[in-house]
Design a protein around this ligand. Structure first.
Ligand SMILES: [Zn+2]
Length: 101
């Protein structure tokens, strides 16, 4: 009998890539789908972003938007979500969403 296959980081990244190829997802959905913490998902996204570049695809980040004043965090290109709006200082931020294109 085969040993139970270990869920490795590589396996999770492959599943993440498949999900992001299929459609745009937020980290919370990805976290629930893959049974990983949101922090782990962010770490994987950073890794995936780097690993995709040579293949001509890229991780597309739909930026965070402040739901209080509409400020778009357009210049932010890291996967981690911002905590507060620099314009109105509120924390009603729609978190970023991700896709692979
Ligand atoms: Zn704001």
């Amino acid at each position: 009998m085969e040993p139970i296959m270990e869920v490795t980081s590589a396996t999770i990244r492959q599943q993440l890539i498949e999900l992001l190829n299929a459609g745009t997802c937020g980290v919370r959905e990805l976290s629930q789908e893959l049974h990983q913490s949101e922090k782990e998902i962010y770490d994987h996204l950073v890794h995936i972003e780097r690993s995709l570049k040579p293949g001509g695809k890229q991780l597309v980040i739909e930026p965070s938007v402040c739901q209080a004043c509409g400020f778009v965090f357009a210049e932010r290109n890291r996967p981690q979500p911002p905590g507060r709006c620099p314009q109105c200082k509120k924390s009603h931020i729609r978190r970023p969403r991700y896709a692979i294109r």
